[in-house]
Design a protein around this ligand. Structure first.
Ligand code: NAP
Length: 478
């Protein structure tokens, strides 16, 4: 097995200083420079596709089909940000001409621009070795905003991280930009990750991972002499609400497809459905039977890391320890089986509400069916779950009072509310929001997917009675 050099705290310091130096010129770069860089990074991924996918597969077991698709998405995302920058998204400003007279009516000429925050610490995710890693969404949006980036590699795909970072630095150098623009550090999060977040020159951090890891790093970000924004995407249980209206029309089809969503990527998606709310009664019984049947036949593959597998087995065992929960499939696989068996169990709403441990995410192909009687119980269950990246509601087509209440409850707890389809699969586009109240996100006003992610790395500054040369820059920082 190849071993990769572990960073020291001195390496972190050197990488951040290089990123700070690179930021001095890159922060005032125009659209052409940034777009060319983002397009060059997309191209280098595609040009090296074959070996990158092979390497990623050997480290993550995610399979060539999924990994090729993820590489496509990552290149699309980089090019998408390039286009947004060319369209002026990073340089948009509010020009408020002077008004003569005394305040509050009269005021000076104010132009509200946005400047890049500075070097950004970025934590790669385990489960998206391309799309949420070295050249993933956080890096793309930070570079589009004019920031430099230092990535903390994830131990689950170190080889890929080092290889992609090397290719990216070649692109940066070829384009005549400072290579410090993209740094990579590697080592235990509790030392190297914390040292990165605590470095005084780091001005923001972006993280995708567990609640425990995210909270530890957020606390480091807050504990600094100068606290900095910590954009963490953490855990999520992604409730799916199947209303009687939907089950009446296509219950069997939904059950089959939901099983596919629960087991997709062996359930290793932050948007994997973990709680399914199903009406008590016959149509609900049929749906649960169909879902169980589909899951029984579903294929999974080896999980990303042995620790993640251990976490899955422990999580299922903890759920199964709840006496009111009734297992719907065979017992979970023994810990030494390579591919975990899906886990599905059922409980009524009262039982679910009274057992806090059932409200927590189990990362992997596991879900709990909660049987509900009426909209009040649906809303109680959603409120008990709390913050989530998504809530899916099937069958709310009519503008009834119940549906209005349900949409309000879903929007209260989630960053994305779906009325068709499945939460797995997050489109990279302008209307996307991937976040939500804690623990889905530590900053629910911001997104980590889609072009609005740019906003996380731009800080507003009001220029008052600015000289003409500065106004002539049209929002491009000086
Ligand atoms: P993880 O254990 O949180 O690791 C992510 C990063 O945080 C790694 O670089 C890790 O460093 C570091 N880290 C972990 N604990 C730390 C601590 N106490 N102090 C400082 N740094 C720490 O996440 P994972 O390995 O991806 O585990 C899967 C979990 O992530 C699941 O629960 C899943 O829900 C969540 N997840 C969420 C999303 C989302 O978008 N919301 C996406 C993917 C995964 P080292 O491991 O190198 O020490």
């Amino acid at each position: 097995m190849t071993s990769y050099p572990q960073s020291t705290v001195a390496d972190v310091d050197a990488a951040v200083k290089a990123a700070h130096e690179a930021f001095q010129s890159f922060s005032s770069s125009g659209a052409q420079t940034r777009a060319a860089l983002l397009r060059g990074l997309a191209q280098v991924l595609e040009d090296n596709r074959e070996r990158l996918v092979l390497l990623a597969d050997s480290e993550t077991h995610l399979g060539p089909a999924r990994l090729n698709g993820e590489l496509d998405r990552t290149a699309f995302q980089l090019r998408g940000f390039a286009t947004r920058v060319e369209q002026g998204a990073a340089f948009a400003f509010e020009d408020d001409p002077a008004v003569a007279g005394s305040p509050p009516v009269g005021h000076p000429h104010l132009v509200r621009v946005r400047i890049p925050v500075g070097p950004v610490a970025m934590f790669s995710a385990s489960n998206f070795p391309f799309a949420f890693s070295v050249l993933g969404g956080d890096t793309a949006s930070a570079l589009a905003a004019g920031c430099s980036v230092i990535v903390k590699a994830h131990g689950g795909h170190q080889g890929l991280s080092h290889t992609v970072a090397g290719l990216a630095r070649d692109v940066i150098a070829t384009q005549g930009l400072p290579v410090g623009l993209l740094g990579l550090v590697d080592g235990p999060g509790s030392q190297i990750g914390v040292a990165l977040v605590e470095h005084p020159l780091i001005q923001a951090a972006a993280f995708t991972g567990s609640v425990r890891g995210g909270l530890a790093l957020e606390s480091a970000a807050r504990g600094r002499k100068q606290p900095i924004p910590f954009y963490g995407e953490l855990g999520s249980v992604n409730p799916v609400v199947a209303l009687p209206a939907a089950l009446a029309v296509k219950g069997a089809e939904l059950a089959q497809a939901l099983a596919g969503s629960i087991t997709m990527g062996t359930g290793q998606f932050c948007t994997s459905p973990g709680i399914v709310l199903v009406p008590a009664g016959e149509s609900g019984d049929a749906f649960v039977a169909q879902l169980s049947e589909a899951l029984r036949g579903a294929k999974t593959h080896e999980m990303l890391t042995p620790q993640m597998r251990k976490g899955f087995d422990q999580g299922c065992a903890q759920w199964a320890g709840e006496p009111k929960l009734k297992a719907l499939l065979a017992e979970p696989a023994a810990a030494d089986d390579v591919s975990p068996r899906p886990y599905l169990a059922q409980i009524d709403a009262q039982g679910f509400l009274s057992s806090h441990k059932l409200h927590e995410e189990v990362f992997g192909p596991a879900a709990i069916v909660v049987r509900v009687s009426g909209i009040e119980q649906v809303i109680d269950v959603l409120d008990a779950v709390g913050g989530s990246l998504t809530v899916t509601v099937w069958g709310a087509d009519a503008p009834t009072d119940d549906n209005v209440s349900l949409v309000r409850a879903a929007s209260r707890i989630a960053g994305r509310v779906l009325f068709a389809g499945f939460p797995t699969g997050v489109a990279v586009t302008a209307g996307q929001h991937h976040g939500g109240p804690f623990p889905a996100s530590t900053v629910p006003f911001t997104t980590s997917v889609g072009y609005a992610a740019l906003d996380r790395f731009l800080r507003p500054v009001a220029l008052q009675d600015a000289p003409q040369w500065l106004l002539d820059r049209k929002g491009v920082p000086a």
